[in-house]
Design a protein around this ligand. Structure first.
Ligand code: BEZ
Length: 402
């Protein structure tokens, strides 16, 4: 793999120029016949949320993906990269049309997205059919690398089950026996809670009650009152983005943080700490990333991302950066020939990604096999306390790779 560590970070100005300047560049080259002989650009279509509760997640993924491309002079495998962005709105009802727009109208070479599990299922049904190379940089729907797995579909993030499963044992090992769960009622929440419950009950815990909220609603008050009256030993939740900010603040405002400790998949406190402020202090979560991981790839990435965007890196940025790394591996193997799918896929399948989260490889189903960390919020950091589960692979139920 190309070593990215030694390369200096692009200045914010240079980064924004690479990230947004593709159209300007194309207009210039039209008048230069000797440049017309060059192969066309590789077109990457982002299907990500830029509005709504997951907007910040989509932006982090986009910026980090573009950062990696910009570190390589705007080229991967020798080919210039251009971007098209479609706002998924984290809306499954619009996902088929939005994916068709990228695949059939924009004729992208690669689809990168989405964030929302429901959008992912609809998106993958389209790209499996068209054979378009697809890299999922967040959405954790198990089926994407389960029953719907396909040679052209890759994921650089997680399955919803993966980060939640280890917390079940962590809490049981602490002697906790009675937990309440709470989440949005859609695949991500259901699968995360499923992972936690599976491991918690296998180690002697029991679930007092499962509480559900429709996505993306944030009216939590009546359920928080119910938690107070149920008096469990622990609460485990899945929330992310804007909803996670509101949930953690409401939990503290209700005074619950003093009587019932709150745990979750790490999305609860990732990319959210500035907005959550004091209300997030001390919350423990499990995730495949931690801010303070003392790895050269992480230190390097965090510095470059901050320099390029003015924001702190989070798990979404890491996954977006790794999506670009994975695409680079494929394009380098195919010497920039994006139509050489077999070569690209074989290279991507055997890639070892030097990720800020720690280096990882993909399972046969194309999902990361990765360490899940136990983290605790200290100040403005999700600080790693230890590894909750080493090299955890999703079971990939139902995956039959063609
Ligand atoms: C999901 O819908 O798969 C998801 C969304 C945000 C964070 C994690 C998972």
């Amino acid at each position: 793999m190309t070593d990215v560590k030694s390369k200096p970070a692009p200045s914010r100005r240079a980064f924004l120029k690479t990230a947004t300047g593709a159209a300007t560049l194309a207009a210039t080259t039209l008048h230069a016949p000797y440049i017309l002989a060059q192969p066309s650009k590789v077109k990457v279509g982002f299907l990500l949320p830029y509005t709504g509760t997951y907007a910040r997640l989509g932006t982090a993924i986009t910026d980090a993906f573009k950062l990696h491309v910009s570190e390589h002079g705007g080229r991967l495998g020798g080919r210039e990269i251009e971007f098209v962005q479609v706002d998924s709105e984290a809306n499954p009802a619009k996902a088929t049309d939005n994916t068709n727009r990228l695949v059939n109208l924009e004729k992208v070479d690669v689809v990168v997205g989405p964030v929302h599990s429901g959008v992912a299922v609809a998106m993958v049904r389209v790209t499996r059919e068209s054979g378009t190379l697809t890299i999922d940089p967040n959405a954790g729907a198990g089926v994407v690398t389960g029953a719907l797995c396909a040679p052209n579909v890759f994921r650089t993030s997680f399955t919803n089950w993966q980060p939640a499963f280890p917390m079940g044992k962590v809490l049981a090992d602490r002697g906790m026996k009675r937990a309440v769960t709470m989440t949005w009622k859609y695949a991500a929440g259901q699968e995360a809670i499923g992972g936690f419950v599976e491991n918690f009950t296998a180690h002697g815990g029991s679930i007092v009650k499962e509480l559900w909220v429709p996505f993306p609603k944030v009216e939590f008050q009546s359920l928080l009152t119910e938690i107070a009256s149920l008096k469990p030993e622990a609460v485990f939740v899945f929330f992310a983005g804007g909803g996670a900010v509101k949930f953690v603040k409401d939990y503290a405002a209700a005074g619950l943080h003093k009587s019932v400790p709150l745990f979750g998949s790490g999305f609860l406190t990732d990319g959210t700490l500035k907005a959550q402020g004091d209300s997030a202090q001390g919350i423990e979560t499990t995730l495949h990333y931690g801010d303070n991981l003392n790895l050269p790839a992480n230190l390097d990435f965090r510095a470059k991302y901050h320099q390029a965007t003015g924001r702190e890196a989070d798990v979404y940025a890491v996954q977006g950066y790794d999506a670009a790394q994975l695409l680079r591996v494929g394009l380098e193997a195919a010497r920039g020939d994006v139509k050489a799918k077999k070569t690209m896929i074989e290279a991507m399948e055997s890639a070892e990604i030097d990720s800020p989260r720690g280096s990882f490889k993909l399972s046969k189903a194309h999902n990361p096999v990765q360490d899940i960390y136990l983290r605790k919020v200290v100040g403005m950091e999700n600080r790693v306390q230890g590894v909750a589960h080493k090299a955890l692979a999703d079971p990939a139920t139902g995956c039959k790779m063609a």
